[in-house]
Design a protein around this ligand. Structure first.
Ligand code: GRF
Length: 193
């Protein structure tokens, strides 16, 4: 399966996916392109170092649809079959979602449907939660919505800061994102209708 990854930042989930593909843990697949909407994304260099083609496609004052159309065209040119959002900080337009029906996945650092959106760990700690976690889900037109593929629970400890909780969850994100993609590639996930 040809995989395309979209990032906006550091790209640690992206690295986990590329390494799992290159080691064969995710079988019969290739990461054909990494696309960032930010020139400053640290993940771009990490993808290059691992021999993956990178593109920077910034929005540059265009409409969301124009920006998304350029990304969709780049993905199609490379025959991408599965799009993985990995810290991609934009909501996809309907045009994008329709271009890859049931073929876009995302990772989010909470136990969705709880705590969609930004500043998740701050909100989880402020609410006094004792458990949080991460979720891999199919992407639809709503923010952090769409059918759940895999989740993993992580404890919130009494002295946690947003940073310490984020780090504990991120470690699990890397595991479940790889596992979810493996299941999709090996057809162990029924795509939602
Ligand atoms: C992760 O916590 C992910 O769940 C969220 O953004 C963060 C991206 O981290 N969507 P990285 O760029 O993969 O290191």
């Amino acid at each position: 399966m040809n995989i395309g990854i979209l990032i906006s930042g550091r790209g640690s989930n992206m690295v986990a996916i590329i390494e799992a593909v290159q080691s064969g843990e995710i079988p019969a697949s290739e990461v054909t392109v990494v696309i960032s909407d930010k020139i400053s994304a640290g993940g771009i260099e990490k993808a290059k170092e691992r021999g993956v083609e990178t593109l920077v496609i910034e929005r540059k004052g265009r409409t969301r649809e124009e920006h998304d159309a350029e990304i969709v065209a780049a993905l199609r040119e490379r025959d991408v079959e599965l799009v993985c959002l990995a810290g991609y900080m934009r909501l996809l337009s309907p045009l994008f979602v329709k271009a890859f029906p049931d073929r876009i996945v995302n990772i989010h650092p909470s136990l969705l449907p709880a705590y969609p959106g930004l500043h998740v760990h701050e909100r989880v700690i402020a609410a006094g939660e004792t458990r949080s976690g991460c979720t891999v889900h199919f992407v639809n037109e709503d923010l952090d919505a769409g059918p759940v593929i895999l989740q993993r629970e992580v404890p919130v400890l009494p002295n946690d800061t947003p940073e310490s909780l984020a780090a504990r969850i991120l470690e699990q994100e890397h595991h479940i994102y790889v596992e979810a993609i493996k299941r999709i590639v090996t057809m162990q996930v029924i795509t939602p209708r």
